[in-house]
Write a protein that binds this ligand. Structure first.
Ligand code: NAD
Length: 318
């Protein structure tokens, strides 16, 4: 099995590369390092079955030899990142996806698109089922990410229907775990960093908005179950256990034993009020559901962040 992981040096991509190598696959990891880093895969560099290639997927892309599977994860994913790189995000969702699909067509490879729960926007249906079309503001600040992913889903579908390429779509819900960047702006790394440093924990709005958080190992198992199947999706991959942001901040404060206060700051524009996957389709078609309880996943993540935050500031800031 020869697999290309685009965005493989990012948070999810690096875990995927690791799991694929454990299964005996040959893994080509392609990344521009826009938001990822070679550090995330440096522990894999001496494995003969692993290759890291620095490439911007929006430019010319070539992979010599055969490919059985392409897992397309390249894209900034945290709001801080995609708002800092709006055009790059639109380009990788459109041109980058087009190039990755072209490669899948050329090689006869199965193609799995890492889409997102953000295609549902600020949802008017709760929990979100795959049949829901979403509520996205096309000119809001988050649209650079949401609409890029919606366009990528459309591209993957067109390649399946018109170009008979074996494409599939997973809609990933909020995932957390080791190798998230402490300053990437997502809630869990922010809360953990603030709690470990005994700084005020910044909850946006009144903290009543909800998210459903999934530990990285569960998300990876879900993506790989989709890759192994012949299902086209789209399918939700997430943990339906839903928490308010205030509950999440309090849990992290308790687990870290921190003396941080909790402070409320303004909510970003178009921030979804609720988010919870309906995972019945993943259960019935892939036999998959999340298994790691939030407290356990958060403990593992906090342990990892504790070691990271002891590193010099310039290594953790990026
Ligand atoms: P990440 O930022 O850690 O990883 C994304 C990777 O893509 C980075 O390594 C980055 O350098 C790379 N990249 C960006 N533009 C590129 C380009 N033009 N060419 C090559 N590489 C490029 O983010 P992540 O959390 O690991 O997310 C990975 C994927 O999963 C993304 O597509 C994201 O939309 C999707 N996803 C993630 C989550 C989550 O909770 N982590 C939720 C939903 C969807």
């Amino acid at each position: 099995m020869r697999v290309l992981v685009t965005g493989g040096a990012g948070f999810l991509g690096s875990h995927l590369c690791e799991h694929l190598l454990e299964r005996g696959a040959e893994v080509i990891c392609m990344d521009s390092f826009l938001t990822g880093s070679p550090r995330n895969v440096e522990h894999l560099m001496d494995r003969p079955a692993f290759r890291l290639i620095e490439t911007d997927l929006t430019g010319f892309v070539h992979v010599p030899g055969s490919l059985d599977l392409i897992l397309h994860l390249a894209s900034a994913a945290s709001p801080v990142d995609y708002l800092r790189h709006p055009i790059e995000t639109l380009k990788v969702g459109s041109l980058g996806t087009l190039h990755a699909l072209g490669l899948a067509k050329e090689k006869g490879a199965r193609f799995v698109l890492a889409s997102t729960s953000e295609v549902y926007g600020d949802p008017l249906e709760h929990p979100q089922r795959e049949t829901y079309w979403g509520n996205v503001n096309p000119v809001g600040p988050r649209s650079v990410y949401d609409e890029a992913k919606r366009f990528a889903e459309s591209l993957a579908t067109a390649y399946r229907n018109a170009a008979t390429t074996d494409t599939a779509i997973v809609r990933i819900f909020n995932t957390y775990g080791p190798r998230m960047r402490p300053y990437d702006g997502r809630a869990i790394p922010t809360f953990i960093r603030q709690a470990l440093n005994d700084e005020p924990i910044t909850v946006t709005g009144d903290g009543s908005q909800t998210r459903s958080i999934c530990y990285v190992d569960d998300t990876i198992t879900g993506i790989l179950a989709m890759a192994d199947s012949d299902f086209t999706g789209p399918v939700n991959i997430g943990n339906p256990a839903e928490v308010t942001m205030l509950e999440l901040a309090e849990t992290i404060r308790d687990l870290t034993g921190s003396s941080s206060s909790i402070v409320f700051v303004p909510r970003p524009a178009d921030d979804p009020a609720v988010r919870r996957p309906d995972t019945d389709l993943a259960a019935s078609r892939l036999g998959w559901h999340a298994t790691v309880p939030a407290v356990e996943g958060l403990r593992r993540t906090i342990d990892w962040f504790s070691t990271q935050l002891q590193r010099p500031e310039e290594l953790t800031r990026r």
